[in-house]
Design a protein around this ligand. Structure first.
Ligand SMILES: CC(C)(COP(=O)(O)OP(=O)(O)OC[C@H]1O[C@@H](n2cnc3c(N)ncnc32)[C@H](O)[C@@H]1OP(=O)(O)O)[C@@H](O)C(=O)NCCC(=O)NCCS
Length: 232
């Protein structure tokens, strides 16, 4: 497993496509990945200050990973309200992935996302991609649970993962530091809401109430994806 299959995701403003990035498109990420404003919450994972060579190396790392699935996040402005956005250039604006995949009694992956273009933040692109990725991992591949770790100050990440049903299960204090502020790693999990996966995950244990509520959010995300994600 290296890159995931092409998925077209309906979005009101953009044609959003999750697809393997082209190696020669990776330098499109360099500008964003060299800005601390973009990388302050991911610097420990990706570093900061990219050159085109770093971008291409990242492509090679993703491509050769045996325990991960990654997609490039591609967007194209829908100039005339049509879903085709024909004529507009497609931009590679980020990467979303599922890594550290375990294939034991349960199948679990850790997910992450990065959109390097601040002009695109807050416009629902990550939320749409999270729904598509969650749907692919749960409904298509049958993963049991997903994990995500984000820094406590990263409100956008917190809201985006909560929306699809991730729940905080832990906190590792002092994972990072930025401009005088301690950054704590928030550890979250999202459980596949299907009856079979749910029963396998929780066994005889009482299910924490926050996971019961989150199950409905995940179900809603998967239902949305059934209608709005086209798996090519
Ligand atoms: C985190 C990130 C992926 C979110 O992407 P996005 O496309 O801006 O997210 P969305 O527009 O789908 O918004 C997701 C939620 O966050 C909220 N949000 C977005 N930007 C926000 C901000 N700056 N402050 C507070 N909330 C914000 C949205 O309102 C939405 O919440 P809601 O569903 O409750 O309304 C993006 O900001 C990013 O890549 N940042 C830099 C790298 C990074 O931090 N990656 C995550 C590492 S764990």
């Amino acid at each position: 497993m290296t890159f995931g299959p092409v998925m077209r995701v309906v979005h009101p403003e953009f044609a959003v496509t999750l697809a393997p990035p082209r190696r020669d498109a990776m330098p499109q990420l360099v500008d964003g990945m060299s800005r601390m404003s973009v990388t302050r919450y991911t610097v420990s994972r990706f570093g900061v200050g990219w050159t085109p060579e770093d971008a291409e190396k990242n492509f090679d790392d993703l491509r050769s990973a045996h325990d991960g699935i990654a997609w490039g996040i591609h967007v194209r402005e829908l100039g005339d309200g049509s879903q085709s956005g024909a004529g507009e250039p497609t931009r590679l604006v980020g990467i979303t992935d599922a890594f550290s995949i375990t294939n034991g009694a349960t199948r679990v992956a850790t997910t992450g996302s990065m959109i390097v273009a601040p002009d695109l933040w807050g416009r629902g692109i990550a939320s749409a991609c999270h729904r598509a990725r969650t749907w692919y991992l749960f409904s298509v591949l049958g993963f049991d649970a997903l994990r995500s770790v984000y820094f406590s100050a990263n409100t956008a990440s917190a809201r985006a993962v909560a929306r699809v049903g991730y729940v905080q299960v832990g906190l590792h204090r002092h994972g990072g530091w930025y401009r005088g502020e301690a950054l704590h790693d928030v550890i979250t999990e999202c459980v596949n809401p299907s009856d079979a996966a749910w029963a396998r995950w929780w066994g005889e244990d009482p299910v924490p109430p926050e996971f019961v509520a989150a199950r409905e959010r995940t179900r809603a995300a998967l239902e949305w994806a059934e209608q709005h994600v086209e798996l090519l």
